[in-house]
Design a protein around this ligand. Sequence first.
Ligand SMILES: Nc1nc2c(c(=O)[nH]1)N[C@H]1C(S)=C(S)[C@@H](COP(=O)(O)OP(=O)(O)OC[C@H]3O[C@@H](n4cnc5c(=O)[nH]c(N)nc54)[C@H](O)[C@@H]3O)O[C@H]1N2
Ligand SMILES: Nc1nc2c(c(=O)[nH]1)N[C@H]1C(S)=C(S)[C@@H](COP(=O)(O)OP(=O)(O)OC[C@H]3O[C@@H](n4cnc5c(=O)[nH]c(N)nc54)[C@H](O)[C@@H]3O)O[C@H]1N2
Ligand code: SF4
Ligand SMILES: [Mo]
Length: 708
Amino acid sequence: MSALRTTHHGACPHDCPDTCAMVFEVEAGKLVGVRGRADHPMTRGGLCTKLRDYEQRHYHPDRLLYPLKRSGPKGSGQFARISWDAALNEIALRWKRLIAEHGPQAIAPYSYLGHQGLVHGLNGGDAFFNRMGATVTERTFCGEGSATAWLMTYGPSGGMDPESFKHSKLIVIWACNSVSTNLHHWHIVKDAQKAGAKVIVIDAWRSRTAKEADWHLAPRPGTDGALAMALINVIIEEDLIDHDYVSRYTEGFDELAARAVGRTPEWAEGVTGIPAADIRRLAREYAGTQPAAIRIGVALERHQGGGQTIRAVCCLPALTGAWRHVGGGILAMPVWEHPYRFDEMCRPDWIPPGTRVINNLQIGRHLTGRIPMDPPILSMMCWNSNPLTQAPESDLIEEGLRREDLFLVVADHFMVDTARYADIVLPAAMGAEMEDIILSWGHNYLTYNAACVAPPGEARSNGEIFRRLARAMDYDEPRLHWSDSECLEHFIDWNAPACAGITLERLRREGYAHLAIGGADDRAPHREGHFPTPSGKCEFKSSLAAGGNFVAGPFRQMYAEQQGGEPLDALPDYVPCRESATSNPALAARYPLNIVSPKSHGFLNSCYANIANKQKAQGEQFVLINALDAAARGVAGGDRVRVFNDRGAFEAVAEITDDVQAGVVVTTLGYWRQLNRGTVNVVSSAEFANMGHAPSFSDNLVEIARLG
Ligand SMILES: Nc1nc2c(c(=O)[nH]1)N[C@H]1C(S)=C(S)[C@@H](COP(=O)(O)OP(=O)(O)OC[C@H]3O[C@@H](n4cnc5c(=O)[nH]c(N)nc54)[C@H](O)[C@@H]3O)O[C@H]1N2
Ligand SMILES: Nc1nc2c(c(=O)[nH]1)N[C@H]1C(S)=C(S)[C@@H](COP(=O)(O)OP(=O)(O)OC[C@H]3O[C@@H](n4cnc5c(=O)[nH]c(N)nc54)[C@H](O)[C@@H]3O)O[C@H]1N2
Ligand code: SF4
Ligand SMILES: [Mo]
């Protein structure tokens, strides 16, 4: 007889737009299985390949179970087990001393979306560190360039509902590898395709998603702005415009038209490599088919001109009136109408005026003094993020983490690359072990996750870790001691119209609920304009541009939105890559290949890259290269190669394929440094793109040489 099996509501906590609703199966106090909720309209009963055996991640033999203290040189991986009391005492002692001697800004938090819960997620430590007066770390890994461009054009609109794509007749997936990264939206796209919709993928190489498209267009990386401007040019020149929509609901058409005059398909062909005839055809098909939907991925923001590119793309559905229809418009990150209480979560009002802000992408420069700092960062705490693998210029990060005078605290599940350099490692609880509501940046459901098993060993949830730290630091503000349940009561505006009919009690009972902001069959938020911009219109010409650059992101603390600096271009345009033959011929002569580094199919960012069956499915670190480029370097398929530039080098196995065009090479993100000879972020640049301090992972020149 098997023991009694119970089931509980779960939600995938990983950094993924799908936020699947799960069923946790528990037997004898252990998680024994996971399933996707069959009744959930997006999850549809299936989990991705990464999460299918999620219970095994919970009980993996390498999981961190006890607090550890470093017992060897930094990075050696030598640690000794200590008690929680000893760990907390040591941290509090060191931090109190640093604060007395250098002030609280010598300490910096570092987190991201390793866990997407409202309680245990990226903002989970913000209130604690704001109370401390620590340096504020701006987090612009993902989406902040798009968010800035989006706000400049549309304001904080949630845009299209992902489920409404079932009504679309033409779907453009632009720089998004949905088959790997947004699987539960891809099902809906496939349904539409079966019902006759044309699916067009615009991607720098023939990705898994591009292979399933009706039409794949491959611009050179970072040239999508030229393509978008040329589409605008054709739509205006050939009068494919919805004049009524443009005149009622948009601002700055005449200026946009003037800007687009020289941006012809012939001009764009030279920039993008896409034939002018194809650009004309795309413009005509897009403008001539309704409803037409665009899904943009994060890679569109990842070059010097990323923000401007996204502004240009955002003009398209307003020019053609696609916004009039359910199933028309754009889907980016549909979070802006979610009623989260970032003010309660983060307590930005506790940040002492004048507190300095550093940036998570440039952490290597901050830690090594490449960006001078007074006082320097003398302590950092990392949770929900693994910067040594995930952030650019990672050799610099490693140099910084080796500093003897840096007191590093890391809370994680495994001895990840960053944790190896920690002074104190704290064992973190995992999905089924903590109650939360998991936010989504890919759909409009609130998804509840029950705590249904106890964490193994002495692992503790992030929420509990910060409560313990608050006690150790003698911070007695009630907010810092709220239980997980009290946090959930406060972190959502349950009285907001979007929560009509939704209560915490109902979520605990049913597991998920769709926000009351319209959905699959009725959401057309801009049918009659209603853009939440200063003008109330879609702003081709942005009224926010005059205030200068700003960082907007759905997971921001509110303060990070302050504007400043030179005014931005009031209109969208093509801005060339920083690292390209036109912008920097000398660099391009030494490093002629543009490397693109999207997400791995088998890993979730750097999660699962240490787990044997996922490694087997994903394969070893590779670089895809065109036969022409391979021949020019004497590289054969299967050869080990060195991929390098002035920032550093990593090793990979070359795979020769015409899925990539000449001049472009592709590898994927997530491989661990400690298991490989370097990873792609050794060669990536920490320079920001032109808007929202977005990364420039696709604006990256390298050279490749055969090894041995
Ligand atoms: N399996 C898996 N799923 C994931 C993740 C994961 O690590 N693994 N990570 C999650 C996270 S954090 C995120 S943000 C999402 C991101 O998911 P996506 O938005 O899909 O992002 P990427 O995989 O980075 O890149 C998408 C595609 O853009 C292409 N691309 C890169 N540069 C350019 C360019 O300049 N122009 C054009 N047209 N295409 C370009 C890449 O070749 C790639 O195929 O995925 C989430 N889902
Ligand atoms: N070259 C290149 N670099 C990229 C990208 C790219 O496309 N190309 N993509 C970028 C993008 S989109 C993103 S979002 C970032 C992501 O960067 P990160 O957020 O740093 O990536 P993850 O690997 O998801 O790191 C999450 C870490 O948190 C841990 N973790 C998970 N759950 C918990 C928890 O409950 N508690 C604690 N304490 N820890 C937990 C995991 O074990 C893991 O070590 O990477 C960026 N870096
Ligand atoms: S990683 Fe994404 S697709 Fe996979 S189970 Fe989690 S939310 Fe679903
Ligand atoms: Mo991301």
